[in-house]
Write a protein that binds this ligand. Structure first.
Ligand code: NAD
Length: 447
């Protein structure tokens, strides 16, 4: 993909966060003319000046290259969207503050701002993750509010990119899903993704509701797989069995597979937790809550990992964390990202701090975000500074930098060689050989 589109389209991308900024840059890579629009003026200024406002490997370089090509621009002015063939809606759909439901206010606001700028033949395409039925409601809104005589149409094209692999996932996705009611919508989407489709990427063309459901179902499945192995870890903890060996043995079964079967501190981020909650809520609204009742269990298992990690660290501190210096390695919800939304690492750091521990956090990319959201924690400028004088080291986000660290070198910096591996990311034997008390949930704590 990326080697020139058969047809160059004019696109607008509404909402230029993790998803939208990536989408805008990658669509320009395909040869389209793209304007990115956001209500956050600071974000737009940053993007327009070639500075990605978040960390995503490889994306900043491509942003600059595409700005240089003249095919990509950014603005807060919605009128710049007029004339586009396709408008991609990429705004946030976070969890509502006091309910498990998805908060659709940004999506509604974006469509209201966009509607006056629509012209006859354009297509509005939702990419945000939404409760099933949302697109139908937005279609009705569009028909009521687009300028008279406009036949603007709505389609849905859910996004499956992973932060940390966003560019690769956008240009070489596992599949494309088009929820499109008319031939015109399908043709336009196919033209937009032509170079990707030409690479042989499967396209599932379906109705709006199914396309919305694909995303909810996919994230529910992934969350379930993680919580499944973490539930097995709980059983292992009660029996002295080893969840790593269990996972390895399971993974050889092709029907199960090893991906997302990694035990540890569990999932977080701006997607999986809120998506399974929104899905559960929506299913209840539809009167079929029982069908996905298990997702509440998936969520509960996942939340328990955080407390159990705190419990394990407390156990290492002989039951009392007061004044204990804990070095927390990792803040982002996963490696290769600076995203700290619902980050398990920071949740654990916060709980340790509340229990009286002296917590020092280090993350290669998420420090600014973490500082802003958790000013009560102490931050170190390097891995070495974070572990200096520590009585317990807790690896909570499995950055490569932490995996590669040498146990002997680290051992010389700490006050006590105690380590909790919240991600099963380290070589337990190497740490034990270097004199560490190494512990991980779901594995026997050999001393
Ligand atoms: P984000 O918070 O990084 O970005 C959302 C952006 O929308 C922000 O920049 C915000 O300023 C902007 N916005 C809000 N209201 C607006 C308006 N009225 N007009 C224009 N812009 C507006 O969120 P994100 O992670 O990019 O997620 C966006 C959507 O994509 C969500 O529905 C999410 O579930 C879905 N998604 C995200 C990922 C991911 O990995 N981040 C992957 C797949 C799907």
């Amino acid at each position: 993909a990326g080697s020139g589109a058969a047809e160059s389209l004019s696109l607008s991308v509404i909402g230029t966060g993790y998803l939208g900024a990536t989408h805008a840059v990658c669509m320009a890579m395909l040869g389209h003319r793209v304007v990115g629009i956001d209500v956050d003026g600071e974000k737009i200024r940053s993007l327009a000046s070639g500075q990605l406002p978040f960390y995503e490997p490889g994306l900043n370089k491509l942003l600059r290259r595409m700005l240089g090509s003249g095919r990509l621009s950014f603005t807060t002015d919605y009128s710049a969207a007029s004339g586009a063939d396709i408008h991609f809606l990429c705004v946030g759909t976070p969890q509502e503050p006091d309910s498990p439901a998805a908060d659709l206010r940004y999506l509604n606001a974006a469509l209201a701002l966009l509607a006056p700028h629509l012209h006859s033949d354009c297509l509005v395409v939702g990419k945000s993750t939404v409760p099933v039925g949302t697109a139908q409601g937005l279609t009705a809104y569009l028909h009521r509010n687009a300028p008279a005589g406009t036949h603007a149409e709505l389609a849905w094209n859910p996004e499956f990119l992973r932060e940390g692999h966003a560019v690769e996932d956008t240009l070489h996705p596992d599949r494309l899903v088009f929820g499109a009611a008319t031939e015109r919508a399908r043709t336009l989407l196919a033209a937009c993704y032509a170079p990707i489709i030409a690479d042989g990427v499967p396209v599932v063309v379906t109705d709006l509701a199914t396309s919305e459901l694909v995303k909810a179902a996919a994230n529910s499945y992934l969350a379930t797989k993680i919580s499944y192995i973490n539930a097995m870890a709980e059983i292992c903890e009660a029996t002295g069995a080893d969840v790593n060996q269990l996972a390895a043995a399971l993974s050889y079964d092709n029907r199960i597979g090893g991906r997302f079967l990694k035990p540890g501190l569990g999932f977080g981020g701006g997607c999986l937790p809120k998506d399974i909650r929104a899905f559960t809520h929506r299913a209840k609204e539809l009167g079929v809550g029982q069908a996905v009742g298990f997702l509440q269990e998936v969520d509960a298992i996942n939340q328990r990992r955080r407390q159990r990690t705190v419990d394990l660290i407390t156990e290492m501190a002989c039951g009392d964390l007061t004044g204990v210096h804990v070095a927390v390695l990792g803040a982002a919800f996963k490696p290769d990202s600076d995203d700290i939304r619902d980050a398990p690492a920071l949740d654990v750091a916060r709980m340790l701090h509340q229990a009286g521990a002296k917590v020092t956090v280090y993350d290669p990319k998420a420090m600014d975000n973490a500082r802003r959201s958790y000013p009560e924690l102490t931050y170190a400028g390097t891995l070495e500074a974070a572990v200096s004088g520590a009585e317990i080291v807790a690896l909570l986000t499995e950055w490569d930098l932490f995996r590669r660290a040498d146990p002997t070198t680290l051992g010389a910096l700490v006050r006590l060689r105690n380590i909790v591996d919240g991600r099963h990311a380290l070589d337990a034997e190497a740490y034990r050989a270097a004199g560490w008390d190494y512990r991980a949930l779901g594995t026997p704590n050999q001393l």
